[in-house]
Write a protein that binds this ligand. Structure first.
Ligand code: GDP
Ligand code: GDP
Length: 464
């Protein structure tokens, strides 16, 4: 019974009255097919083949299920999301942009996020300008950029097509059917997972990077020796390991890519070059990066190159200054390092610095607490209301510049993701907002919301 080609399947989901049936009818044109549903569900469900541009896809409306599931909002929502998860490749989640985001929308949004199905957020009834505030507010659902739509007037269909194409698997048109049944565990998962939608929970991915002879191998052996080594090779063999897991105060930590250490035995002259490249590779796989430097040499240009790269990649970082046992004028050396960081790494203020000796073990116990602190900051989500209060105050204190007589205004901000914390700012003229103003805001956010040393991402968007 396998059809010759499998179309992308989209489910329309949302609370009552947001315009699901209207959208379904628009997408389906006149070719609405009423098909008998699976046993157990009393209502027929509407399903049709839709065309937008060159894309043909199957679309079904879950509104019928809503009624079949009875009175409880929870049950109706569950019925819709369960079905969407079971049968669809992508969920079209509708809200009413005129009404704004309601508690029920939030509830739905959370349940959908927990399913990890691709979701396209549609802010419907957005014809004219009536829905603008609601469209902006929709960002706060944490489901990415909303598509402004008017199902009734047929507006926004091109944007919907773009979003569908982005979510369509590359082989959507050609993949054979029979791979359904994804995410069977949804019912158990419920609406948890509010905070981990950006990555599944798992070990903290840690990389120790730095130049040859900074003491990386010594430090890793020390860390593993101090903690209970649960998997991986014996200490001393770490140079051949790809990744090592261990547990520290209940937190699983995975040490990623020890290639820099692995290559140690190879040709000495290549080491300098290799170490930077290895470091950059390791950074990609890590969430938190420990940049280890030799305290006797201080922070040099190559270290700063790696540090800048860590910040650019949006990873959290701790600077560990090793061989502290050999450093004589410690106060001066530390001050030097702090100043170099301050001057040369302006994009990330306040990276924690831990001075230690991997060889003697002194203060090595301070490293992982610093790592965990930065990890916690890196995963944080700021409440939208607080964020916007900050934004208003920051603009009052230092208004953005005026451009050709018209003052720039940031109307609204919302955190669109964590890891690293990423914010969308809605500006009347986004292209005019100077980088210096964004840095001012980033520094303010770091200070006020305990995000010291965390690379933040601020994106500007057009907003009236
Ligand atoms: P459902 O309960 O989610 O299926 O919602 P319906 O499709 O039945 O729509 C609910 C109401 O919203 C109806 O009165 C529609 O005419 C209206 N509606 C749907 N789409 C739009 C739209 O794009 N703009 C406006 N202004 N109204 C809409
Ligand atoms: P890697 O190339 O970064 O892995 O560096 P290693 O761990 O192999 O260390 C390079 C050299 O520095 C070795 O001779 C270590 O014994 C030495 N070393 C590492 N940490 C310390 C330290 O804290 N104090 C002192 N005095 N020597 C250290």
């Amino acid at each position: 019974m396998t059809p010759p080609e499998r179309l992308l399947v989209a489910a329309i989901v949302g609370r009552p009255n947001v315009g699901k049936s209207t959208l379904f009818n628009r997408l389906a044109g006149r070719r609405i097919a009423i098909v008998a549903d699976t046993p157990g569900v009393t209502r027929d469900r509407q399903e049709a083949t839709a065309s937008l541009g060159d894309l043909s896809f199957r679309v079904f409306d879950t509104a019928g299920l809503e009624e079949a599931a009875g009175d409880s909002t929870e049950a109706r929502m569950r019925a819709q999301t369960d079905r969407a998860v079971a049968d669809a490749d992508v969920v079209l989640f509708l809200i009413d942009a005129r009404a704004g985001v309601t508690p029920l929308d939030r509830h739905f949004g959370q349940a959908l996020r927990a399913t990890r199905k691709p979701v396209i957020l549609l802010a419907n009834k957005a014809e004219g300008r009536a829905g603008e505030a609601g469209v902006l507010e929709a960002y706060s659902l944490g489901l990415g950029e909303p598509v402004a739509l008017s199902a009734e007037h047929g507006e926004g269909m091109v944007d919907l097509l773009d979003a569908l194409l982005a979510h369509a698997p590359a082989d959507a048109d050609t993949a054979p059917s029979g791979d359904e049944g994804q995410d069977p565990g949804f019912s158990e998962e419920g609406s948890e997972g509010d905070d981990d939608e950006d990555a599944p929970a798992g070990p903290l991915q840690l990389a120790v990077v730095g130049r040859p002879n900074a003491g990386k191998s010594t430090l890793v052996n020390r860390l593993l020796g101090d903690e209970r080594l649960l998997t991986g090779p014996e200490p001393g063999l770490t140079r051949d390991a790809i990744s090592i897991d261990w547990s520290f105060e209940g937190q699983w930590i995975r040490l990623v890519d020890t290639a820099g250490m692995r290559r140690k035995a190879r040709i000495e002259e290549d080491l300098e070059r290799l170490s930077v490249r290895d470091s950059l590779d390791a950074v990609k796989m890590a969430q938190v990066v420990v940049l280890l430097i030799d305290g006797q040499r201080g922070l040099d240009r190559q270290d700063l190159t790696i540090a800048a790269h860590v910040a650019e990649e949006g990873r959290a970082m701790v600077l560990a200054v090793n061989k502290w046992d050999l450093v004589e004028d410690r106060a001066r050396r530390l001050k030097e390092i702090e100043e170099r960081l301050e001057i040369s790494l302006t994009q990330v203020r306040g990276i924690p610095i831990v001075t230690l000796s991997a060889l003697t073990g002194r203060h090595v116990d301070r490293l992982l607490p610093a790592v965990m602190q930065q990890y916690a900051r890196w995963t944080r989500r700021l409440p939208t209301a607080q964020l916007n209060r900050f934004l208003a105050e920051a603009q009052e204190l230092h208004p953005p510049p005026a451009v050709s007589g018209r003052r720039l205004r940031i109307r609204y901000a919302t955190q669109v993701k964590a890891r690293p914390p990423t914010f969308a700012l809605f500006v009347n003229k986004p292209e005019e907002l100077p980088d210096s103003y964004l840095r001012y805001l980033a520094n303010g956010l770091r200070e006020l919301f305990d995000l010291t040393g965390i690379p933040l991402r601020l994106m500007t968007r057009k907003g009236r």
